[in-house]
Design a protein around this ligand. Structure first.
Ligand code: ADP
Ligand code: ZN
Length: 738
């Protein structure tokens, strides 16, 4: 904010500005090189005094739309935000950029509130965050009057503006009072921002806040940096896949349906040396908020949670969101998975799906008493299971739900990147549909499959269905395969389903075409479980950058801990990654990195430049060529990440175990593998370590001889590699395992 008595050479920014001015403020104060789509126009119009309605998906960069105008205009900008927990983070992030901001809410004592109010009245604050209930509290309008008098009120920004609408999912009656601000200060421009898309909510916001022909910006809800995938949920493989993903590093959330499931999965991960914590409504409030803070501060890598987790958190660097169970509906899935990658960095969203889970949810729905609710819940369940089973682009299906017409081919989902094989199942479809006809269109899938597979179940025998011509003609397919066909037929509209409580299959015109052989049936078949591919689009040279990146993260964590702020407040992951790639060794070069604004350069530039310099020096001399990993070592790495042990890798690849161990040693040297404990018996390891100490050398042969040939060269090599690798900062989370 410009002080009220600013000299003439610092004019009020409501005047017209050139594009270059805004660009330089963007870089200076926020460290960003370019505006995201929509941001510039919003900022310009806001500076011009217009009301704004911005509908932007999570992570789209809403905050900047009111923060940038706030620092350019005279007076305080009042920001209304519903979540007290987030205010602290927002204010920390602003301060980390040298922008003066503060908040007033019920967590502060009288003295602290007083001090903050004094600072505001002295004109030291650009952005004031308040909870909506604060607006109703006694004397608040008097305070605003004084602020207006002394330093001016630049604008009102209403974050999460959908809370004003009872049509939204998060209605807050206090938000309705915001209207009073507009009535009292009609000349102050209002910006309303939300990530909720429906038209009704949008209209409600305009009406409730009395916006004056606002400039409306509606961004696409497409999240470009998220990769969406649906994988079959199977007892054993699913856990192994999750473990492999977790070990690739990065913060992640795993959602489960029940508290019990949360506890079990968290415990299992912990037993596998993953730093994970549970979060669900059954934990007491203190534990919940402590676990949440530890996640936000990167003290713990993975949060295993029910959907109770996430509403109040705003961690921008969540790298994966895994749904271990089916979400309630597509909108919930969009919101929950959307907690990944708010910082715009590539992140993954994986949904584990099994037809059995659908059955479980159906059962739960049936337990409800209200018929209307049951109907809605069933429809939502159908939509989300359609999403899971669809072979269409995941983005197309999701965005269709929000009324957007997305053409597909996103290049960022399993169906676009890895289409399921299509098979001709016309004969099976004819058998199935005939069975529907023979049983007089009065049964659901389960019974039909029993008949097809020749079951001796009471329900089949007592109806005489064992006498039908279709009895037992489907023994060649498993019940699961028949279910897959049934779902696909429904999906393709080749059979219909009644929705009056019991899902009974009915034939339609298309069914008859199939039965008369006028139409063939193709279905997408789940391929055999495929390995999660190693992300190796990146050239091997980034292995080097990777090690530096981890060092910079460690430095960031140390500074964050000292300052008691979340690490991302210091620098975003993307900024650290750029540093690791470009390796700036001077402050001038550092200033060019996106995410490094003037204030942060001052504050942290030396520390980070120092770390990069010393990294470059060490690595120029120590002869470890970390970039030297070849295909074969990377293949071993890929298999390790899937949880395979040395013996299995050796067997599958027809290699000697000692060869695989030497790959592992090279991976350790390259910094890809940090913890070797899972791969070597602790007894063997300590004997080798003792021998190294005894012979005072890391040459393999003397160690081998000292141990009289009782351990292999591969094992010795591995232990030596682990000993020469950098010792880990004990404060760093386990996510650096690979
Ligand atoms: P939202 O409130 O819409 O969910 P935020 O305002 O928290 O999103 O912004 C999400 C992330 O995007 C933040 O890490 C922010 O620094 C980053 N960001 C915002 N605008 C830009 C920009 N123009 N260039 C680069 N990063 C940006
Ligand atoms: Zn796609």
């Amino acid at each position: 904010m410009l002080p009220a008595d600013s000299p003439a050479d610092l004019p009020d920014f409501t005047a017209e500005r050139t594009a270059a001015d805004l660009d330089s403020v963007l870089k200076q104060s926020f460290g960003h090189a370019d505006f995201r789509p929509g941001q510039r126009e919003i900022v310009e119009r806001s500076l011009g005094g217009e009301d704004i309605l911005a509908i932007v998906p999570t992570g789209g960069g809403k905050s900047l739309c009111y923060q940038l105008p706030a620092i350019l205009r005279k007076g305080v900008t009042i920001v209304v935000s519903p979540l007290i927990a987030l205010m602290q983070d927002q204010v920390d992030s602003l301060k980390a950029n040298g922008i003066s901001a503060t908040f007033l809410n019920s967590t502060l004592d009288g003295q602290e509130s007083f001090n903050r109010i004094q600072a505001i009245l002295r004109g030291e604050i650009s952005l004031l965050y308040v909870a909506p209930e604060r607006l109703l509290s006694e004397g608040f309008f008097d305070l605003l009057d004084r602020v207006r008098e002394d330093v001016g009120i630049a604008g009102l920004a209403v974050d999460e503006a959908h809370c004003v609408s009872s049509w939204g999912h998060d209605f807050r009656p206090e938000y309705r009072q915001l209207r009073l601000v507009r009535q009292r200060y009609p000349d102050i421009p209002v910006s309303a921002l939300t990530a909720t898309a429906t038209d009704r909510v949008r209209q409600d916001i305009v009406r409730q806040l009395a916006l004056r022909s606002p400039f409306v910006h509606i961004a696409s809800f497409r999240r470009h940096n998220l990769y969406y995938e649906v994988r079959p949920k199977e007892k054993k493989s699913t856990y192994r896949e999750i473990l492999a993903r977790v070990r690739q590093g990065g913060s992640g959330i795993i959602y489960c349906m029940s508290r019990r499931q949360v506890e079990e999965l968290a415990a299992k991960l912990v037993a596998d040396k993953v730093s994970a914590l549970p979060y669900h409504a059954g934990l007491n409030g203190d534990t919940r908020s402590e676990n949440q803070t530890r996640f936000i501060r990167d003290d713990v890598q993975v949060m295993v949670a029910t959907v109770a987790f996430g509403m109040g958190i705003d961690k921008p660097d969540v790298r994966f969101v895994i749904h271990y169970d089916l979400p309630k509906n597509i909108e919930s899935y969009y919101q929950e998975s959307g907690r990944a990658g708010r910082d715009g960095e590539d992140s993954e969203c994986v949904l584990y799906y099994s037809a059995g889970d659908v059955g479980k949810v159906e059962w739960l729905i049936q337990q409800g008493s209200n018929e209307d609710e049951q109907r809605v819940a069933r429809q939502q369940l159908r939509q989300i299971s359609d999403y899971a089973e669809s072979t269409e682009c995941r983005n197309t299906v999701q965005l269709r739900y929000f009324g957007e017409d997305f053409p597909g081919n996103c290049g960022k989902c399993d169906n676009c990147c890895d289409p399921k094989p299509i098979e001709d199942w016309t004969i099976e479809a004819m058998k199935f549909l005939s069975c529907v006809a023979r049983t007089k269109e009065r049964f659901g899938t389960k019974h039909l499959i029993d008949v097809l597979r020749g079951s001796k179940a009471q329900n089949v025998l007592k109806r005489g269905h064992d006498k039908l011509s279709t009895y037992g003609i489907g023994k060649d397919r498993t019940a699961d395969e028949w279910k897959m066909l049934a779902r696909s037929l429904l999906h393709q509209g080749l059979v219909s389903e009644t929705t009056d409580g019991f899902p009974i299959l009915k034939l339609n015109a298309l069914s008859w075409e199939v039965m008369k052989k006028q139409r063939s049936v193709e279905i997408a078949v789940d391929p055999k479980r495929k390995a999660i591919a190693l992300d190796d689009d990146r050239p091997d040279s980034t292995v080097m950058g990777q090690a530096l990146f981890q060092e910079l993260r460690t430095l960031r964590k140390r500074i964050a801990t000292e300052k008691s702020v979340p690490p991302y407040v210091i620098f975003a992951d993307s900024t650290l990654r750029l540093m690791a790639q470009k390796q700036p060794t001077t402050l001038e070069a550092m200033a060019q990195i996106s995410g490094v604004g003037a204030f942060k350069l001052d504050e942290y530039g030396d520390a980070f430049v120092g770390a990069i310099r010393s990294y470059c020096e060490t690595n120029a001399n120590d002869g470890v060529d970390a970039t030297n990993l070849g295909r074969t070592q990377l293949q071993t790495w890929e298999m390790l990440q899937q949880g395979w042990d040395i013996e299995r890798i050796a067997r599958e690849r027809d290699l000697k175990e000692t060869t695989v161990l030497s790959h592992l040693a090279q991976l350790v040297e390259a910094g890809k593998v940090v913890d070797i404990a899972p791969y070597i018996e602790s007894g063997v390891r300590s004997r080798i370590e003792a021998a190294i100490d005894r012979v005072q050398s890391q040459k393999l042969k003397p160690i081998f001889e000292a141990l009289e040939g009782t351990v292999s060269y591969g094992e010795i090599r591995l232990v030596c590699a682990a000993r020469s690798a950098q010792p880990q900062d004990p404060n760093e989370p386990d996510d650096l395992q690979f």
